[in-house]
Write a protein that binds this ligand. Structure first.
Ligand code: ATP
Ligand code: MG
Length: 398
C-alpha cells in the first residue's frame, strides 16, 4: 500500500477499536488502482458523526448534515463520512436528506460510478460489489445501477461522467451514454456552482477534447450557462490545439470562440458564478489577446499587464494563431528588460514634481507621472532623478 494509505491506517484502526467499521473509499481508491497520484484519502465508516467525534481529539464539523466530519490526525486532514443512503430526491437535485446506516454495501450503492464505489480496508483488501475494478481495467464509466434512474436522482452525475472522461481518458459505457443523452435536460435543475466545479475539472483534463466532443454530441451544452446557442462556436473550438492550456486560459479561449465582447464577457462569467477576482483576470487576458491580434505589445502594455497576464495571453494566442511557443518567450524577455516594472520604481516623487514646477498638487500630477513613465518605458528618458528633473522642466517650458 502506498504512503498516504499507510499514514491513514491508524485512523481506520482507531475507529475499528471503538467497535465500528472503516474503509478508504471513492476517488482515492480509484486513483490508487489507476496508479495515479492520490489527492485526499477519504474514509467511510459505520460510526455516526457523533461517534466519530468521540474517537478523535481534533475534529471539525464540515458537513455534518451529510455525515461528514473532518478529522485532523498527525497533522493530516481526513474527511470521514458515515455510511448513508439518500432519501427521496426532489427536483432531480441532491436528496432531501440522508439517513445514516451501518452497511458498507448500501453506502457503495448510492455512489455514482462503479469505479468510485470501491472500498479498501486497512490491509488493502478491496470490497467491490459492482465490478468497478473491471471497469477501471477496461477504462469505462458506468453508473452503479440503472443509469436512467441514477441520472434522474442527481443530474450532476452526467457532468461528472463527462469530466471523468476528460480526467481519466475513459469512455462512457453504452447505457450510461444513452441515459445521459436522454436526461441531459435535467441539468437545468442543478445549481450553477456544482456545474462550475465539474466544468473546470473538465476544462483542464488531459482528454478535454473528447469530453468537449461528448458535450456537443450529447447536446449537454444546451443546459450549461451561456452556452445554449453555441454549437457552432464549440465545434470551432474543437479545432484549436488547446491541450496544454490551463483552465483559466481555456475560459479565455472559450470566450474568444464565443465571440463575446465588452460587457457580455463579464455577464457570461457571472452566469457561471466564478469569483470576481477570476472574472477580472479572465477579462484582462481576453482584452490583451484581442489587442495582440491587432498589433505587438507596446512597452506600456507590457508594463500594465505584468508577467503573469503576458504569459497567459501569449499561451492563448499561440493556440488561436497556431504559432509555436517561442513568441511568449520573446515578450517575457521584453517585459524583463523594461526599465521599470512599477511606478514606485520611478526616481521621482510627487513632492519633487511640485517643488520643481512650483505648483500645488492636482490632477496634473497624475498626468505628468504617466508621461514620465512612458518616456522611461520607451527609453527616451533615463530613470535618474537629475535627468527626470531636466526633462520635466524642459517639457514645462514648451
Ligand atoms: P476527485 O479525484 O476529482 O476528487 P472523486 O471521485 O473523489 O474525484 P468527489 O467529488 O471528491 O470525487 O467525491 C467523492 C466520492 O463521493 C466519489 O468517488 C463518489 O463515490 C461519491 N460521489 C460524489 N459525488 C456524487 C454524486 N453526485 N452522486 C453519487 N456519488 C457521488
Ligand atoms: Mg475526491
Amino acid at each position: 500500500m502506498i504512503h498516504k494509505f499507510e499514514k491513514a491506517k491508524p485512523v481506520l484502526e482507531m475507529i475499528e477499536n471503538a467497535g465500528f467499521e472503516a474503509y478508504f473509499v471513492g476517488g482515492c481508491v480509484r486513483d490508487y488502482l489507476l496508479e495515479k497520484p492520490i489527492e485526499d484519502v477519504d474514509i467511510a465508516t459505520s460510526a455516526t458523526p457523533d461517534e466519530v467525534k468521540k474517537i478523535f481529539q481534533k475534529t471539525v464539523d464540515v458537513g455534518i448534515e451529510h455525515g461528514t466530519v473532518l478529522v485532523i490526525y498527525n497533522g493530516t486532514q481526513y474527511e470521514i463520512t458515515t455510511f448513508r443512503t439518500e432519501d427521496k430526491y426532489e427536483d432531480f437535485r441532491r436528496p432531501a436528506g440522508v439517513t445514516f446506516i451501518r452497511s458498507l454495501n448500501e453506502d457503495l450503492k448510492r455512489r455514482d460510478f462503479t469505479m468510485n464505489a470501491i472500498a479498501m480496508d486497512k490491509e488493502g483488501k478491496l470490497i467491490d460489489p459492482f465490478d468497478g475494478q473491471k471497469d477501471i481495467r477496461e477504462k469505462r464509466i458506468r453508473t452503479v445501477g440503472i443509469a436512467q434512474e441514477r441520472f434522474s436522482e442527481d443530474a450532476l452525475r452526467m457532468m461528472r461522467a463527462i469530466r471523468f472522461v476528460s480526467q481519466l481518458s475513459f469512455s462512457l459505457e453504452e447505457l450510461t451514454k444513452r441515459a445521459l443523452t436522454e436526461n441531459k435536460y435535467l441539468l437545468k435543475e442543478i445549481a450553477v456552482e456544482r456545474k462550475t466545479v465539474e466544468f473546470e475539472k473538465l476544462l483542464k483534463g488531459v482528454n478535454r477534447r473528447e469530453a468537449l466532443k461528448l458535450m456537443i454530441e450529447t447536446e449537454m451544452f444546451l443546459y450549461l450557462p451561456g452556452l445554449e446557442n453555441s454549437r457552432n462556436d464549440l465545434e470551432k473550438m474543437l479545432q484549436d490545439p488547446f491541450d496544454r492550456l490551463s483552465a483559466l486560459e481555456m475560459w479565455v479561449l472559450l470566450i474568444y470562440r464565443l465571440g463575446l465582447k465588452n460587457e457580455s464577457i463579464e455577464e457570461f462569467l457571472r452566469k457561471w458564478k466564478l469569483p470576481v477576482k477570476k472574472i477580472k483576470m479572465i477579462q484582462k487576458i481576453v482584452h490583451y489577446v484581442s489587442s495582440r491580434l491587432e498589433s505587438e505589445w507596446s512597452n506600456r502594455q507590457l508594463f500594465e499587464a505584468k508577467k503573469e497576464v503576458i504569459i497567459h495571453t501569449e499561451n492563448v494566442l499561440n493556440v488561436i494563431t497556431r504559432n509555436g511557443l517561442a513568441l511568449g518567450e520573446k515578450w517575457i524577455e521584453a517585459y524583463d528588460s523594461l526599465p521599470i516594472k512599477d511606478r514606485s520604481e520611478l526616481q521621482v516623487s510627487g513632492n519633487d514634481l511640485m517643488k520643481w514646477l512650483d505648483r500645488k498638487g492636482g490632477p496634473w500630477l497624475k498626468e505628468l507621472f504617466q508621461k514620465i513613465e512612458n518616456a522611461v518605458l520607451n527609453r527616451e528618458l533615463l530613470n535618474q532623478k537629475e535627468k527626470i528633473k531636466e526633462w520635466v522642466i524642459k517639457c514645462n517650458q514648451n
